[in-house]
Design a protein around this ligand. Structure first.
Ligand code: GLA
Length: 658
């Protein structure tokens, strides 16, 4: 099943024709056709050009754009244009501009200038979305709706009075009563007992640490408030155009939005990914976020935006060396994307993003960038048959936003050195290096299809989640500081690992975070020495076998890693998780997709029957092939082994399906 009506892989980018005179549009579509562009995203920031006063619409220019694109065989991912409210609306309703935690109302002149809870903003977006759907619902170019843009990019939360009222409604719904709220927030601490709902506020800037339970609910609320904006538009679109898929572009692994909940509300998962070309390990982080995208709905997804070269928003914006745009694009396809799309088609001449790269750069068609755009278009066409193919993984990494928010609450934890993204990566990195397919999963999902489940951290763990993990029949690995608090951020009776205690057979008596610059040695019975730098725990073993012990330091001789049945617990965080992981993988019979060791820097992914091999390293690499077949990218036959130049890739179609 394809994501949209467009057959094969999607190839294209954000197109902003309103930034150019109409005579340029003709050239645009001609060049798009030359590059093999089959879809563009249009009208993302066009509200002020489409509605000049309340209900006064000017669709003429957009009609011409869509007709022109369609005439050249280019489909449209049409934005509802609501990502930036127009100046007239903000002028009329200055109260809809977001307010920061310090109480400052932010000004106009950028984008996403809205309070997510503003009724004026929401009513405006719904009116425009309806008008767009009624106008273009039947347009033959339309293949997908693109709601808003990168929710949570600039505006994550708003601390205004309207948001405070919305927060109180949300809290009443969650906690039932003010007494329920007082209990859940533990307001007996620091004298915060509330007697009226109007006393309850967002966690604004305060003299000292703010109640972490209040902050946790605020994070939940803020994700939901933005989701409500998306859903309000989605309802209108579904009402008018029930068969057109709806997406909103995600931002890889984003702290602020619970993408499990968000993905359930959309038809197609799409992502904007900007691995930093200056970071030689950026492809590993990208791979992790692509695996999340694939796991969100357990189906192919779409790379909706990426950079052909440099971005414009880092401190130093490094371009992509020749071949890197292609390699990064193929990587997304390897991890389940049914297309390769960019920000943006034509490089802007003005505005904050005028130095951001584009498929068609300032220099025009006699440029390296344009030649690489043409070559990539051809490569993407060669991969058409891969569209729709799915990935099956033996290993899952558990990720939960509630727990993430609790873990990274400021000023109330034993250590601020446990950051979830880094924890995920510390497990993902060795799996990725071995070419092992990995899904991400929320802790409540049915995990029975996996052989190994790794929980890098589950600080906040409910009884239901613990029961789900306990019922998992495969090998389970649980990282430190898990099972500490319940859904209200209150410490489980008896301490960590709380509801996981019986499953793991251990108790954490004390947390022993390691100060910066110090280390704690950990040794396995076969003499393998591991080093922990951030975290250790004083464990008491009730009913488990000791897999590794601390050596030296305050915990000398105590259990550091334990195992009960198939469940392994780490009370520490070794730098190198490979020895522990390898043992678990071997026990579960999990191997990489090629069946042999991969050279450093080579990434291997299987998607359906197709095997992607990508060389992210700086040296040529030789990979032993598990089967003979054909390289889809070049058409050449492959067997035995293949030598990959730096930044080169092959997509092996095995003989048996040729
Ligand atoms: C995101 C946004 C785009 C643009 C790019 C720049 O993808 O959605 O509008 O700002 O970033 O990298």
């Amino acid at each position: 099943m394809s994501l949209t009506r467009v057959p094969g892989m999607l190839f294209g980018g954000d197109y902003n024709p309103e930034q150019w005179p109409e005579e340029v549009w003709e050239q645009d579509v001609r060049l798009m056709a030359e590059a093999g562009v089959n879809v563009v995203t249009v009208a993302v920031f066009s509200w002020s050009r489409l509605e000049s006063a309340p209900g006064v619409f000017d669709f003429g220019w957009l009609d011409r754009v869509l007709d022109l694109l369609h005439a050249h065989g280019i489909a449209v991912d049409l934005a509802t244009a609501t990502a930036t409210p127009p100046p007239w609306l903000v002028r009329e309703h200055p109260e809809m501009q977001p307010v920061d935690a310090g109480g400052t109302r932010l000004g106009f002149g950028s984008r996403q200038g809205y309070c997510p809870s503003s009724p004026v903003f929401r009513a405006g977006t719904v009116r425009l979305a309806r008008a767009m759907a009624e106008r273009y619902g039947e347009h033959p170019a339309l293949v997908m709706w693109h709601v808003g843009n990168e929710y949570g990019d600039h505006t994550v939360e708003c601390f205004c009075e309207e948001s405070a009222r919305d927060f109180r409604r949300w809290l009443a719904d969650r906690h039932g009563s003010l007494e329920g709220l007082n209990t859940a927030w533990g307001t007996s601490c620091w004298g915060q007992h509330y007697t009226e709902w109007t006393q309850v506020e967002p966690p604004r800037k305060a003299p000292g640490p703010v109640n972490p339970a209040q902050v946790l609910d605020w994070r939940r609320f803020s994700s939901d408030a933005l989701l409500a904006c998306f859903e309000a538009e989605r309802r209108v679109l579904k009402d008018v155009t029930p068969d057109v898929p709806v997406t909103t572009n995600f931002m890889s692994i984003l702290h602020h939005l619970d993408y499990w909940t968000w993905a359930a509300a959309e038809d197609v998962v799409s992502d904007d990914a900007y691995p930093d070309p200056a970071d030689p390990a950026s492809h590993v982080k990208a791979a992790l976020s692509y695996d999340l995208m694939r796991s969100l709905k357990r189906q192919p997804w779409l790379l909706l935006e990426s950079a052909p070269g440099a971005v414009s928003w880092r401190e130093v914006n490094v371009p992509k060396e020749p071949g890197l745009m292609r390699l990064h694009s193929l990587q997304a396809v390897a991890h389940g994307s049914d297309g390769v799309m960019f920000f943006q088609w034509r490089q802007a001449a003005y505005g904050p993003e005028k130095f951001h790269s584009a498929m068609l750069p300032h220099g025009g068609t006699d440029t390296r960038q344009w030649r690489e755009t043409l070559e990539l278009g051809a490569d993407v066409r060669r991969l058409a048959e891969v569209a729709g193919a799915t990935t099956s993984a033996d290993v899952a990494l558990v990720l939960d936003w509630d727990s993430w928010w609790g873990l990274e609450a400021p000023e109330s934890l034993p250590s601020n050195r446990l950051a979830l993204h880094a924890l995920l990566l510390s497990w993902y990195r060795p799996l990725h290096a071995r070419g092992i397919a990995v899904d991400l999963a929320p802790p409540g999902r049915d995990l029975s299809s996996y052989k190994v489940v790794v929980v890098p951290n589950l600080y906040l763990c409910t009884a239901e989640q613990a029961a789900n993990l306990a019922s998992f029949p495969g090998r389970l690995v649980v990282g430190p500081f898990s099972g500490v608090v319940d859904a209200a951020d209150q410490v489980h009776e008896g301490g960590a690992p709380g509801p996981l205690r019986e499953l793991l057979g251990v108790r954490v008596e004390e947390f022993w975070p390691i100060p910066d610059g110090l280390t704690q040695q950990v040794v396995t019975p076969d003499g393998t020495r591991l080093t922990a730098r951030t975290w250790s725990e004083w464990l008491t073993v009730d009913d488990a076998q000791v897999v590794a012990r601390y050596r030296g330091g305050p915990l000398d001789g105590r259990a550091a890693v334990t195992r009960r049945g198939h469940a392994t617990y780490l009370g520490c965080l070794p730098d190198d998780l490979t020895p522990l992981l390898d043992e678990v993988l071997a026990g579960a019979g999990v191997t990489g997709v090629t069946g042999t060791d991969l050279p450093a820097g080579v990434e291997a992914c299987r998607r359906g029957a197709y095997l992607f091999l990508l060389n992210h390293g700086a040296a040529p690499a030789t990979v032993t092939l598990p089967a003979a077949g054909t390289d889809l990218l070049t058409g050449r036959p492959l067997h035995g082994h293949v030598v990959l130049a730096p930044r080169d890739a092959v997509v092996l179609k095995p003989e048996e399906i040729s």
